[in-house]
Design a protein around this ligand. Sequence first.
Ligand SMILES: Cc1ncc(COP(=O)(O)O)c(C=O)c1O
Length: 395
Amino acid sequence: MQYASILDRLSGLGGAKWEIHRRARQMKSEGRAVIELTIGEPDVPCPESLMQRAASAMFDGRIGYSNGQGEPGLTRALAHRYSTRRGRHFGPENILCFPGTQTTLYAVLTGLCEAGTEVLVGDPMYATYEGLIRASGARPVPVPLRPERGFRLDPADLAAAVTPQSRVILLNTPHNPTGAVLSRADIAAIGEIARAHDLWIVSDEVYEDLVFPGVSFTSPLDLPDLADRSVACASISKSHAAPGFRSGWCVGSAEFCARLLPLSETMLFGNQPFIADMTAQAVSAPSEVAPGMVARFSARASLIHDRLHGNAGLRVHAPEAGMFALVDIRETGCSGAAFAASLLEAEGVATMPGESFGTALTGWLRLALSQPDALVAEGCTRIARHAATLRHRAA
Ligand SMILES: Cc1ncc(COP(=O)(O)O)c(C=O)c1O
C-alpha cells in the first residue's frame, strides 16, 4: 500500500526522543521506585472554578457545533486580554482558536510554509518542532542558541542563517527546554531581520505566565511595526494547569486570521463550546495557579543550582521561566543520552537527554521542576553521585 510522504518526513520524530521516560514508566509499573524528572506538567490540578464552568456549560447545552474561528465569547475575551497585555488594540478578528498550542502551531505553519521553504528555529528546541516544520513540507534550519548568551537567540546567528528560501522565524519565548526569555531588544533585532527579508515571526508563548520574578516578557506582538508579520500562539495548558482540556489560540493580523480560517474549518469544524466558555473565564482574570507554580519552579531551579553547580564537574544553567533546568554533564565525558540511561539504571532517576532537543544540547540533561522539593533534592544527590562515579572511572 502507498502512503503520503508526510509520514516519511515524520517517521522517527516521535517516540524515540522519549525513550528514557518510557523506560522509567515501565520500571515504575514493575514496582521500582523512580524519581521522574522527565516531563514537565503543572504540579497542581486545574482550578475547581474552571472545571465547574466547563461542567455547567456542558449541562447548559453548550455541546453543539461551533465555528472555525472560535466561540464569540472566547474570541472577545482573548482580544481583551491581548489588548491589555500588549498595549494596543486587538479584536476578535485577530484571534483563531484551536485545541492547544501544538495544533495551533501545526495549523499556522501549514498555512505559511510548504516544500521548498525554510523555517529558522533555535537549537535546542521543543521536541515536537522538527516534526511540526517537516509536516508542512518545509526544512528546519537550526540556529544555535548558546549558553554564553543565556540561550537567547543571537540576531547575528539568525541573520547568517537566512536564505532566499527562508519563510518563518519560529520563536519560543519563554523557551523549552532552556527557560530563556527573549528581551525587548532581542525581539526588536529579530524583527529587523524579519522585515529586511520579509519573514513571518511565529512565537510560541505557552509559558508566558510562568516567567520568574524579576524577568520581563516581551512578545513580537508588543512591537506595532511587526504587527503584519507576527503570530503568537498559546493555550491554557500551562497557565491554568489545564493541558487535557486542549484549548489554545493564535493571535495575528486580521488578514492572516481570515486567510487561515478555511484551514481551521477544514481541520476542526470548530472547537467545543463548553471548553471555550471555560477558557473565556480562565483568560479573563489572573490565573489562580500560575503564581504558585512560578514560586515553586523558581525555588526548585535555585535548589538544583545550589546542589549541582560546580559539584562533580556539573554546571547548571539557571532558567528565567518555565518548568525545566538544564545541567551540563560534559565533564563526565558522556553524552546526555548515555548519562541519562546509566543514571536511570544505577540511581533510579529519570531525566531527559539534551540530545532530544537538538544537537546544541549534546552532553546536557533537562530536569523537570514539577516534582516535590524533597524528590528534586534527592534526585540531585543521586545525579551528583553518578557524575562523580563516571568521572572517577574516566580518570
Ligand atoms: C514549548 C511548548 N510548546 C507547545 C507545547 C504544547 O502545548 P499545548 O498543551 O498548549 O498544546 C508545549 C508542551 O509542553 C511546549 O513545551
